[in-house]
Design a protein around this ligand. Sequence first.
Ligand code: ATP
Ligand code: MG
Length: 262
Amino acid sequence: MKKLIVCGKGGSGKSSIVALLANGICHRGYGVLVVDSDESNSGLYRMLGFDRAPSPLMELVGGKKGIKQKMAPKFSAGESEPQMTILAQDEIWIADIPPQHMLSRDGIALVSIGKILQSLEGCACPMGVLSREFLKKLRLKDNEVTIVDMEAGVEHFGRGIETSIDSVLIVVEPSFESLELAEKVNGFAVSIGVDNMWAILNKITSEKLALKLKIELTKRNIAVIGSIHYDTEIFEACLEGRPIYNSRKTTEDLDKFLDSLL
Ligand SMILES: Nc1ncnc2c1ncn2[C@@H]1O[C@H](COP(=O)(O)OP(=O)(O)OP(=O)(O)O)[C@@H](O)[C@H]1O
Ligand SMILES: [Mg+2]
């Protein structure tokens, strides 16, 4: 069914929003596959209530070195990188994902593309390619949704991820930098023809603040789909490495826009 990516400035609340969306969508009776495509941060599995991270999908293709080795001959043969086949199957259904690479609980499953483990591991590009190829081949049933937690910034758009997804959600927290990044993401998304792109306001403390951000985003031609209030429970859950649960207030926030996303 739907493939959504969640992007935005570092620390704006992408992973927290992914967890809230996953809980909310699951509660509506959908199966949710969360794809951790952030190479640098590792806390998403905790936010989703798992006690460990799944083995990265990167291992299925021989690790970063394996992908680089597969990429190199294509480049030297003059072939463009997007045609390369990384995963052997043409279609990947959730049931095809090997159990050691996917954790599941109560209708929410988690896969991880890969993490940069050492400071000298270098460019995250192979992981970006794998994210894109995995998402492109991923097939969803009518009652399944995928939510992708992206790394901060805009680099993933340069890797063609937009060819593999349906909707882009930009998390915007109340800061000028966050608005600036939203504008940049919007510019990229428009130039490559993404149709469904919305901002989700996060860490909202008043109606007045929400309105101010909406005005700023409207000036930048970005539609706002909804907003999530500042929730000390989310903040404390992140501080203590606990799962994020949807509070009554957060559920109310989500109820206002979730159906229009699905
Ligand atoms: N609605 C919210 N209310 C209160 N705190 C929030 C909210 N959303 C996120 N936070 C806090 O903001 C911080 C960053 O959140 P999170 O890790 O989800 O952001 P991120 O965009 O995924 O960050 P990164 O770019 O590092 O991956 C955390 O301390 C989290 O608790
Ligand atoms: Mg994150």
